[in-house]
Design a protein around this ligand. Sequence first.
Ligand SMILES: Cc1cc2nc3c(=O)[nH]c(=O)nc-3n(C[C@H](O)[C@H](O)[C@H](O)COP(=O)(O)O)c2cc1C
Length: 246
Amino acid sequence: MKKLVGLCIPLLLAIAMLSGCGKDSSGSNSATGSGRQQSEKNTETTVSNKTEDSDHMDSNATAKKLVVYFSMPETTNPENMSREEELSTVVIDGEVLGNTQYVAYIIAENIGADIFRIEPITPYPLNHSELEDIAQKEQAENFRPEISGTVENIDQYDIIFFGFPNWYYDMPMIMYSFLDQYDLAGKTVVPFVTSGASGFSDAINTIKDMEPDADVVTDGLSILRKEVQDSESDIIDWLADKGFIQ
Ligand SMILES: Cc1cc2nc3c(=O)[nH]c(=O)nc-3n(C[C@H](O)[C@H](O)[C@H](O)COP(=O)(O)O)c2cc1C
């Protein structure tokens, strides 16, 4: 079992509580603040001799950000996990998180983003082979599962982090539902993925095709599931390298 204790756990659990695992207190699946105050944002833009890079980094740091993700931990029980359940989860202080969910929390916490969990109206089964069957069928039929809840006022966001597990060398079909539903024109889209081995497959090109007027980051963040549990510092380094953390 991938058990994590210590690092950042209170912060992660605070986000989990604020986001209600994707649902706010009214039960709707709306985007939720990370808990970071507006005043913490870097508004120091008075230096006159900045390079283009530092301008870019400042704008990344001050932009309004949303982390949108889908994740399918295959159990809610931290004990006696099957191999498949272990592979799709990270356990923090007894709480089971999906791999992509964990990465989403680390990103949101470190960049001060709001967070929205994409969830289907009809929940997916926890059973691995049933989940595989449904995922394959949805892909074969180019199906668009209906999303529970909405992102309120997506226009307010400049940067959308867009995270998912690789399912059959592609995004889960519910990510297509999201891209059908929301116009991300003019926004920066930062894809991130967790996978057994496949990384993004061709998903970044698909996102670009579906959101032709968005600025889609082509070298998104890809983390193997076997590395998720130790990925916090790599994620933070990656965010810093891209200018999302200063
Ligand atoms: C239905 C299904 C299909 C998958 N297909 C792939 C695949 O094609 N390539 C791959 O590397 N991993 C694949 N995986 C593994 C997941 O991408 C990986 O376990 C991921 O980290 C799960 O993230 P999550 O816990 O956030 O859902 C698949 C998993 C499932 C459940």
